[in-house]
Design a binder for this molecule. Structure first.
Ligand code: 26W
Length: 809
């Protein structure tokens, strides 16, 4: 790797000339960005060759199967990881190139919806960092998550053509392609007493891999791989044959049907109607990924007998659960093993993480759809189900409820979570509370049967992206104070406690936050023309828009403050800036009207001259990884206000915390553990607990009308919601109003309203005591080490994958 800026400059100019064939002065920004990536990629692959050579003892390989990898931009992180950011910035500077302009050229790879996809990306970094041979396996969607454009306060969606200029990090590997087979029929043959199955008349699809190098911080032990599969027609001859016969439409429809498989990411993160194309996608990357893994394993080991000792397959939620029947199919049909052996190897290799308790997000598929699309896989699932029921009958012959809830196939539907539970050796939730809810409620019956499979692995986030890279000023301050060790061992952030009473340090911390807030204010002014005051409290709520995440509760709070300020402009002490961001699934009308409501309230509030300096409401368009990296460092207060029991973990909460924001939240997901870590004095908790919500749901004791009748402040807001107060059209927010009153407020928004307002006021009052606030902010940063994904991945390595981390520290 380059040792100084001159050697970098020479290499860069040489590479530019080689691939662009023109003088650098004539190069576009894209040319310059592209050259930098190509140069780094080559350097990285030299390291790869070197590390593979140095590490000739084959270690266990972990494959993380995920339908989504929300990786965001890579270049900035990779420069920091390699440790050449300064050399490169200076070298480019001497060529009159601003590195920041090149960073801006990169597409933000949005191949995921939200939490689940971003978690997968953080895990890739931590696996590489810890020296685990861990690789991602997913789909190379031509279009990622839509770009959100706000028009007149409404969300509209624009296709995310992230590949339009090409994506220089990826390497296409056509020689490693795999054929994936759909439809057709299965013929059974009796070969010397053994039934052998042949899949015939299938529709073949070629899966072509594109590899992206995963390169972590400082001298990594390994350079891992993110393999994304793209669907292509099997061969052009097939098209040609059809063309020659005059079957033009059929030839074209074959091509477009095939390409549809990796065309676009489904933008729903719950409530997905069982569509054939989605099922095709799920089988596509499972069959391609496993095909390639088995091929390479056989090449180095000869047989698959010890497969599960050399390979761990992790399934990120149930979307890749077809790994279970697919691996059995390979072992049975292609390797000729018997059922027992195939089953044991499969269960031993596969582990599963659940990420949601929302019933509508638990996948189920019509059996008929399955049979038609995946005939052999369906047979295997039926056999797994049959054997499972048989065992169940022997062990729990008189427990009727077990027979109702646990089978894979029920009333003509395939339940993917049940398949994943039965066919894996480990199942985990993503925060303590979530895992308890899985054990006691969602998978209660499975917990009786397979208690030993359950474990909790609380999520974590890549602190090198969300703190080191995203917040350079804070990182520098931390490093000056405690040295650089926290970058490789986030637990060392605890050393910051020593600065609790150090007023010069606290001043600097305040300065850093202030500067980050100024930067965000400038961005908002530039993009929206709205002036916000960097001295005001930045209260930030960014995440997918969903009823259970209760952006609505936050809006009601703002409406209430506004009402109060209209009567008495001195009613609140400081100034508040409420910042929202997040996408709604395109078909989720309720979430979309929440976005419109935020805009309508913003319009009213921001334009009222009487309260100009007290209240501002901002919605930041197109929340994605890059925008997130701008927002977290500037936040004072982190809104984590889901209905208790509904948010599996949350990971934004951790990113805010490590950037020094204080949490205003319910006892839900990982908020519970954030509170355990920081103590009650450094977090603002309100609202019903998960148990209270469950009990109230069970006993049906909650009547939202009671809140309406007994709380005049609330009544006023609700009436404003369905009058002309915010909108010309009084019907605009009818669905929201009805959800709260007519449909009895499923997410306890009204129930939690009072305690939310009270707790917000406590937080706002604390903000008026700068020293106390800063001490709490520092305390949060100091305690955030356990929420690094390095900690999480160490736990996966020890408890689930049984693989050694080469990095010892
Ligand atoms: C069937 C469509 C679909 C697609 C995605 C259903 C469900 C999903 C995901 C499981 C939703 C998701 O992203 N869950 C989030 O996972 C994060 C990482 O574990 C958690 O932090 C969030 O709490 C959880 O909502």
């Amino acid at each position: 790797m380059f040792s100084d800026k001159n050697s970098f400059k020479d290499a860069y100019l040489e590479k530019f000339a080689e691939i662009k064939g023109k003088p650098i002065e004539e190069g576009t920004l894209w040319d310059k960005y592209h050259t930098l990536v190509v140069l780094l990629k080559e350097e990285i692959s030299l390291c790869r060759a070197f590390t593979n050579y140095a590490e000739n003892r084959p270690s266990k390989q972990v494959y993380y199967f995920s339908m989504e990898f929300l990786i965001g931009k890579l270049l900035h992180n990779y420069l920091i990881n390699i440790g050449i950011q300064d050399i490169v910035a200076e070298g480019l500077g001497e060529l009159n190139i601003d590195l920041r302009d090149l960073l801006a050229q990169e597409s933000d790879a949005g191949l995921g919806n939200g939490g689940l996809g971003r978690l997968a990306a953080c895990f890739l970094d931590s696996m590489a960092f810890l020296g685990i041979a861990g690789h991602g396996n997913g789909i190379r969607y031509k279009y990622g998550l839509f770009e959100q454009k706000i028009v007149n306060g409404y969300q509209t969606e624009v296709a995310d053509h992230w590949l339009k200029n090409g994506y220089p990090w990826e390497v296409r590997k056509p020689d490693k392609a795999i054929v994936v087979k759909y439809k057709g029929n299965v013929r059974a043959e009796n070969l010397k007493g053994r039934l052998v199955f042949h899949h015939e008349n299938y529709e073949p699809v070629l899966a072509v891999p594109y590899d992206i190098p995963i390169f972590s911080y400082e001298n990594p032990f390994l350079i891992n791989n993110l393999r994304l599969w793209s669907a292509e027609p099997l061969s052009s001859e097939l098209d040609l044959a059809l063309f020659n016969q005059g079957n033009f439409t059929q030839a074209l429809s074959y091509k477009s049907e095939v390409e549809a498989i990796s065309y676009i990411l489904y933008p729903e993160d719950s409530n997905l109607a069982g569509r054939e194309l989605r099922l095709k996608q799920e089988y596509f990357f499972v069959a391609a990924g496993l095909g390639a893994i088995v091929r390479s394993y056989k090449k180095s080991h000869g047989s698959l007998k010890d497969f599960s000792q050399g390979v761990s397959i992790h399934i990120n939620d149930t979307h890749p659960a077809l790994c279970i029947p697919e691996l059995i199919r390979i072992l049975l049909d292609e390797e000729g093993m018997d059922w027992e052996e195939s089953w044991n190897i499969t269960v031993d290799a596969i582990s599963y993480t659940n990420h949601t308790v929302m019933p509508e997000a638990l996948e189920k598929w019509p059996l008929d759809l399955f049979k038609n699309l995946l005939p052999r896989i369906t047979m295997i699932i039926e056999e797994i189900d049959r054997r499972f029921k048989e065992k169940l009958l022997r062990r729990f012959f008189n427990s009727e409820e077990l027979f109702e809830s646990t089978p894979i196939i029920k009333e003509g539907q395939i339940y993917m979570a049940n398949l994943a539970m039965i066919g894996s050796h480990s199942v985990n939730g993503v925060a303590k509370l979530h895992t308890e809810i899985l054990k006691k409620h969602v998978f209660k019956d499975f917990h009786r049967i397979f208690g030993y499979k359950f474990t909790n692995l609380t999520n974590g986030v890549n602190h090198r992206r969300f703190l080191l890279t995203a917040n350079p000023a804070l990182s520098e301050l931390i490093t000056e104070a405690i040295g650089p060790g926290w970058k490789t061992n986030a637990a060392q952030l605890a050393k910051l406690h020593a600065f609790r009473e150090d007023s010069s340090f606290l001043d600097q911390l305040a300065q850093v936050k202030y500067q980050n807030k100024v930067r965000l204010a400038e961005m908002i002014q530039e993009e929206q023309g709205v002036l916000i005051d960097p001295h005001s409290l930045y209260d930030v709520h960014v995440k997918r828009i969903h009823a259970y995440k209760r952006q609505l509760l936050n809006v009601l709070k703002i409406m209430e403050l506004y009402n109060r300020l209209l009567i008495d402009p001195e009613a609140v002490q400081g100034g508040y800036t409420f910042i929202f961001g997040g996408k709604a699934a395109p078909g989720y009308h309720y979430a979309k009207s929440i976005i419109k409501l935020i805009h309508s309230v913003a319009e009213k509030v921001n334009k009222n001259p009487g309260i100009q300096d007290k209240l501002k409401v901002i919605f930041m368009e197109n929340f994605n990884v890059s925008l997130a990296e701008r927002i977290y460092p500037a936040a004072d207060l982190s809104e984590q206000i889901s209905t208790a029991g509904k948010e599996a973990s949350g990971t934004g909460n951790m990113k805010f915390m490590m950037n020094g924001a204080l949490t205003l939240g319910t006892l839900d997901g990982a908020n519970v553990e954030i509170r355990e870590a920081v103590g009650d004095d450094h977090i603002f908790i309100f609202g019903l607990t998960a148990d209270e919500v469950l009990t109230s749901n069970r006993n049906r004791t909650y009547k939202s009308w009671d809140e309406y009748h007994t709380n005049p402040r609330l009544r006023q807001i609700l009436e404003q919601l369905h009058s002309h107060h915010f909108m010309e059209n009084a019907q605009e927010f009818r669905a929201i109003y009805d959800s709260l009153l007519l449909y009895n407020d499923e997410f306890y928004v009204l129930k939690d309203f009072e305690s939310y307002i009270r707790t917000f006021e406590e937080a706002a009052a604390r903000y008026e005591l700068p020293k106390k606030w800063l001490q709490s902010s520092l305390h949060n940063i100091a305690e955030s080490g356990i929420f690094s994904s390095d900690r999480t991945i160490r736990e996966y390595a020890h408890q689930v994958w049984r693989v050694r981390c080469r990095r010892i520290e």
